[in-house]
Design a protein around this ligand. Structure first.
Ligand code: MG
Length: 312
């Protein structure tokens, strides 16, 4: 499973609501309240609730406190301990007001309490308030991970993803490839055409690179300035080289005029490194190797890919 941004609300789609209660009647009442405005899912016990959360990534959970075996508090505790599910807001449903219970619920990370019998108007209003907050938080999180100029992932997102994929490939004993790319003679391009044209060049190169990358779990990021990085999990050096050559060709086919480049068009230099991550190694080493290869590609005349073989 990829560690992508799958807990974000899908823009334009109906919010997904998970109702958890061990009494069918309670479920039915709440289902009637929400069914017109939400995609409603149901769980009849704590175990089911956790399964549905992992599978559906709902936007909000209405969670009964008193259930046999796994009660609502325990379900909430487990959700908040899972980094992929922790952002889902939980509203507890209780049959009576108990201050100590509510304190405990809020300490576990719940956002609100609703008392049975549920009042449709109050319940709907509270759910909508929490969903609005979540959508704003999702948006902020998404914006903070996107490069404003090119629309691809930014350095912060790249760093997070590199750590995640490093651990994931380490557990699975699978190769992780990293491609670093840099636009050749970009300073001269800016000097010749101005910074607005330089920005447009970055955008077009980023767009073409994104098109060359087919798989949803490969991550293209702007690493900084005119430098880009492509993270390729579960990809060996051979597969990564194939993709890298495709990217270089794609940029050549754009044929963006560049008078100070030997071929007269914008080209890329690239460095590639691949490793099967181990417990005692660090993601930083992969980054250093790919960056060194990029540096050498520049030294050897640019417009080429250099591959590091030492880590394989
Ligand atoms: Mg109950």
């Amino acid at each position: 499973m990829s560690h992508d941004t799958q807990w974000y609300a899908t823009p334009g789609a109906q919010p997904r609501l998970l109702l958890v209660d061990d009494h069918q009647l309670n479920i039915r009442v709440m289902y009637e309240i929400f069914r017109h405005e939400f995609d409603v899912f149901i769980a009849l016990n704590g175990e089911q609730a956790l399964e549905k959360c992992a599978e559906l990534h709902p936007d909000l959970i209405l969670l009964d406190v008193v259930m046999p075996r796994l009660d609502g508090f325990e379900v909430c505790r487990r959700l908040k301990a899972d980094p992929e599910l922790a952002a889902i807001p939980v509203i507890f449903i209780t049959s009576h007001f108990d201050e100590a219970d509510e304190v405990r619920g809020f300490e576990l990370g719940a956002v609100d309490f609703i008392h049975k019998p549920v009042n449709p108007i109050i319940t709907k209003a509270r759910v909508k308030t929490q969903l609005q907050l979540k959508q704003q938080a999702d948006l902020l999180r998404a914006i903070s991970q996107i490069d404003g100029l090119t629309g691809i992932a930014n350095r912060r997102r790249f760093d997070q993803q590199l750590e995640l994929e490093w651990r994931s490939c380490c557990r699975a004993n699978e190769p992780l490839s990293l491609l670093m790319l840099d636009i050749d003679y970009f300073k001269q391009y800016n000097d010749e055409f101005g910074h607005l044209a330089g920005d447009e060049c970055l955008r077009r190169v980023a767009m073409a690179m994104q098109q060359a990358i087919g798989r949803p779990y490969d991550l293209l990021a702007r690493f900084g300035g005119e430098e880009f990085a492509v993270l390729l999990p579960r990809t060996n050096s051979h597969g990564a080289q194939f993709l890298a050559q495709n990217i270089l060709l794609k940029i050549q086919h754009l044929a963006l005029p560049h008078p100070y480049s030997p071929g007269g068009i914008v080209t890329l230099s690239a460095g590639l490194a691949t490793v099967v991550p181990q417990e005692h190694t660090q993601a930083r080493q992969l980054l250093q190797r790919a960056d060194e290869m990029l540096y050498k590609a520049k030294q050897q005349g640019r417009n080429r890919l250099l591959v590091d073989e030492s880590l394989i």
